[in-house]
Design a protein around this ligand. Structure first.
Ligand SMILES: C[S@@+](CC[C@H](N)C(=O)[O-])C[C@H]1O[C@@H](n2cnc3c(N)ncnc32)[C@H](O)[C@@H]1O
Length: 232
């Protein structure tokens, strides 16, 4: 099933293995509401910008929740990656690999490269790799297990595109870690700007300040995507 407005010409998103895997994972992700309800007391503080548990424990508690980008966001990620010919994309927060599949498909269609992903929870990390294999895209992804602040330390330059979708207090430190590796006009997309408005305000202010080397705007799509272009 395609997102509204998505055309099918020469896109790996329409390859049967990719489309089938995405359909199945998006369908399963609908069960997230129940999973999240069970851990709600742990995640509610995130909405207000403070947290009761550390990242590793939160990831473990959320190990059954997909928390994925929407189909529309997935198609936007694919299109942005295609339009800038992205060959190295870094993803903070891989979960079960839904977003990874969209951007790995773009890397493949661009002629090859890698999505460097990151996941704190070992069971999710294993599942993400399995889903990438099922989609036939595992050759285009290197999902690293552990805290992205450590696993991204040796990411090679140039980085063409970044997706920020891990726990919200990580957005700014990860962005700052990766900034020296960004190529001119690299694109950074950050999810959940509306959902975690307070927690992500420092991130949005940083990206929209003219001092920090980005031009940036919040896109009204799904939970809010901050889209930024590196000009620094
Ligand atoms: C919102 S989900 C990601 C959803 C995924 N991008 C998708 O669209 O399918 C966030 C994930 O980031 C992981 N995460 C959070 N903080 C992390 C960190 N510091 N390093 C690596 N992974 C992290 C969590 O375990 C969780 O699975």
């Amino acid at each position: 099933m395609s997102a509204p407005g998505a055309s099918s010409a020469s896109s790996s998103l329409n390859a049967p293995d990719v489309a089938r895997t995405l359909d199945r994972l998006h369908r399963r992700a609908r069960g997230d509401i129940l999973n999240i309800a069970l851990v709600a007391p742990l995640v509610v503080p995130d909405f207000f910008g403070f947290r009761k548990v550390d990242d590793v424990r939160l990831s473990h508690r959320m190990r059954k929740s997909f928390l994925p980008v929407s189909r529309e966001q997935g198609h936007l990620l694919y299109l942005v990656a295609r339009s800038i010919d992205a060959r190295r994309i870094v993803e903070f927060g891989t979960s079960f690999g839904i977003s990874t599949i969209y951007i790995a498909a773009a890397v493949k269609d661009n002629g090859g490269g890698v999505v460097v992903g990151s996941e704190l929870d070992a069971s999710k990390h294993a599942k993400a790799n399995e889903h990438l294999r099922q989609a036939g895209l595992d050759a285009f992804a290197d999902v690293r297990l552990g805290d992205a602040l450590h696993t991204f330390a040796d990411v090679e330059a140039p980085v063409d595109m970044v997706l920020l979708d891990g726990w919200k207090d990580g957005y700014l430190p990860i962005l700052k870690l990766l900034t020296p590796k960004l190529r001119p006009r690299a694109v950074v997309l950050a999810d959940n700007i509306f959902t975690f408005k307070k927690a992500l305000r420092p991130y949005v202010e940083y990206m929209q300040s003219p001092k920090n080397g980005f031009v940036s705007t919040t896109l009204n799509i799904s939970d809010g995507f901050e889209m930024s272009v590196f000009t620094g």
